[in-house]
Design a protein around this ligand. Structure first.
Ligand SMILES: [Zn+2]
Length: 71
């Protein structure tokens, strides 16, 4: 069974997503939404990036390093 889900940032399916809580100002989704790794990565560079988001991205990074290990 494959992980995956809808990424609210690029508005499409992604092989791996994590719940990202980000408060956007103006454009983009606010509150919490699922983001894929390529979309979540830059979010962690923000000065106000929540710790849980950084952790979620780190977990996705780790999963991305292990193709075929998914259960
Ligand atoms: Zn995405």
């Amino acid at each position: 069974m494959k992980r995956g889900g809808y990424c609210a940032w690029h508005k499409g399916w992604a092989e791996d997503v994590a719940l990202a809580v980000v408060i956007e100002q103006g454009s983009g989704p606010g509150g919490s939404a699922y983001a894929c790794l390529p979309c979540a990565r830059p979010l962690t560079q923000r000065h106000d990036a929540p710790e849980m988001l950084k952790q979620a991205v780190a977990e996705m990074e780790a999963r991305a390093q292990q193709p075929g290990q998914a259960s």
